[in-house]
Ligand binder design. Structure first.
Ligand code: ZN
Length: 175
């Protein structure tokens, strides 16, 4: 297992649509090692999720884990591995909240996201999974699925007025 180097905004790998991983390749040592390394990397840098392009791999793979939810009755999210994920349905209603990204380090901005999503994907065992996610979990899934399509959260901001350095947010508040 290893902590991988995180790609940062400006690296073309973050702007490319990623390739699907064939079902039969999911249990290969190469993909299993990549998953383990991405989990290590996410935990090392205290991210709530990381997508493969963020470790310079242009494949449809993301990992999510939230041990300390950002409040407002949100639950912790156990480790979730999403391979070739698809959002099959989503809420009409959008909610705005703060997001950051390991590839856009030190910045936060308010991003509108749909409040719930239905997701289909393969898990790390190569099994087909379908589930419903709400609130912060739904937000993180949308953020990571965007990475797999070559998008970052800045692309989803209607304007950049809330874009802030973390330290300044702490000084001047979040609203
Ligand atoms: Zn990100």
């Amino acid at each position: 297992m290893a902590i991988l180097k995180v790609s940062r905004l400006g690296n073309p790998v973050l702007r490319k649509a990623t390739e699907a991983i064939p079902k039969e390749a999911i249990t290969s040592p190469e993909i299993q090692r990549l998953i383990a390394d991405m989990v290590d990397t996410m935990r090392e840098y205290e991210g709530v999720g990381i997508a493969a392009p963020q470790v310079h791999v242009s494949r449809q793979l993301a990992v999510i884990e939230v041990n300390e939810p950002p409040g407002r009755g949100e639950k912790r999210i156990p480790l979730t591995v999403l391979i070739n994920p698809r959002i099959t349905a989503s809420a009409k209603q959008l909610a705005e909240d703060w997001e950051g990204c390991l590839s856009v380090n030190d910045l936060r901005g308010k991003v509108p996201r749909t409040q719930w999503v239905d997701v289909e994907a393969f898990n790390q065992k190569g099994e087909r999974v379908k589930f419903h996610a709400e609130g912060f979990f739904a937000r993180v899934i949308q953020h990571e699925c965007d990475h797999l399509a070559g998008k970052v959260f800045l692309d989803r901001m209607p304007n950049l007025l809330t874009l802030s350095h973390l330290q300044e947010l702490a000084r001047y508040g979040c609203e």
